[in-house]
Design a protein around this ligand. Structure first.
Ligand code: SF4
Ligand code: ZN
Length: 321
């Protein structure tokens, strides 16, 4: 098949849009979607100037999503002195996995001449994911601990670096999976949070302060397209899977969504469109004070509905194990 824009050989066909695109037009279309999201979700304040730039922290894990995000952000803002980018990598303490991807992060940051910061679970929480996966004091999947710890460090360090925005590389598939999981679990507080991260704190899985506004500029781009873009642009993405990756429920939802997408192209996009509308309604309800009452975590001072926030509950459980 030929590219619909120029007639060169197509490298991809997007069933949801019906488009065939060549390498050049495909890469352009990814960049266009990401930049549109940046404009809509991470709008640069008109007060930002070259003397007083905004600081944007981008979560860089070394996987294809965050590498593509960092690459496109750099392409967009490298020559714009109103934005200062900082790449932040979280080291979970996973032998043979994170060390290799950390090298990919360092290479990319050096290539792009970006400030790069690394924060470890070991320094921050006194634990390593390898040990947590082994002791598993709460009887959960490793990712259930790891996700809480990572979100905590990303938002805490974004604040520490004085960030105006925190950007992460969640793609369309990630977002549609999360949306469907929250709906199937009947978790309205999570739905509300999708729309307004400042409402963070009352949810089981992510009980953290999220005062730095968050944006997910890849959220319109399907996972397969992110991977193809990384490949075509020859980006240094680390592709090995984490040895603890075992989110069984998410895996089921992922398969379900891929099947639905194949039979009904556009399903992921329509899930997200509907989810955003629901999230707007749910967030409004919480803003009007119908959410649970908040207090300070006794251990870290974070916002929570209980004595301890979720992160501190997990750390205490690991320490006691
Ligand atoms: Fe952590 Fe799970 Fe990701 Fe591994 S796959 S780094 S355990 S969240
Ligand atoms: Zn706490």
């Amino acid at each position: 098949m030929d590219c619909e824009k120029c007639g060169n050989p197509a490298v991809m066909h997007a069933a949801y849009s019906g488009l065939h695109l060549c390498e050049r037009h495909f890469c352009r279309s990814v960049e266009k979607r990401v930049r549109r999201r940046i404009r809509e979700d991470a709008l640069l304040s008109p007060d930002a100037t070259p003397d007083d730039p905004e600081t944007w922290v981008v979560g860089l894990s070394g996987g294809k999503d965050s590498v593509v995000l960092t690459h496109v952000l750099h392409g967009t803002f490298a020559k714009d002195p109103r934005v200062e980018l900082i790449a932040l990598t979280i080291h979970e303490g996973i032998e043979g996995y994170r060390d290799a991807s950390l090298d990919a992060c360092r290479d990319l940051a050096a290539d792009l001449d970006l400030r790069h910061e690394v924060v470890t679970y070991e320094d921050e929480f006194g634990l390593r994911m390898d040990d947590v996966a082994e002791s598993d004091p709460m009887g959960m999947a490793p990712c259930a601990y790891c996700g809480v710890f990572r979100r905590d460090l990303l938002s805490r360090y974004a604040e520490e670096f004085g960030a105006d925005k925190l950007l992460t590389g969640h793609n369309l598939d990630d977002e549609a999976q999360t949306a469907l999981m929250n709906i199937l679990e009947g978790d309205v507080s999570q739905v509300a949070k999708h729309f307004d991260a400042s409402l963070g704190g009352f949810d089981e899985r992510a009980e953290v302060d999220e005062f730095v506004p968050r944006a997910k500029p890849l959220r319109d781009v399907p996972e397969k397209e992110v991977a193809l873009y990384a490949h075509l642009r020859d980006l240094p993405a680390h592709i090995t899977e984490c040895p603890h990756a075992s989110e069984a429920y998410r895996g089921e939802i992922q398969r379900l969504l891929l099947d639905l997408e194949e039979n009904h192209p556009g399903t992921r996009h329509s899930i997200m469109a509907g989810y955003e509308e629901l999230a707007g309604i749910a967030a409004e309800r919480y803003r009007q004070g119908e959410g649970p009452e908040m207090r300070e975590c006794e251990r870290c001072g974070g916002t929570t509905t209980r004595r301890l926030c979720r992160k501190c509950q997990l750390i205490e459980a690991v320490e006691a194990a």
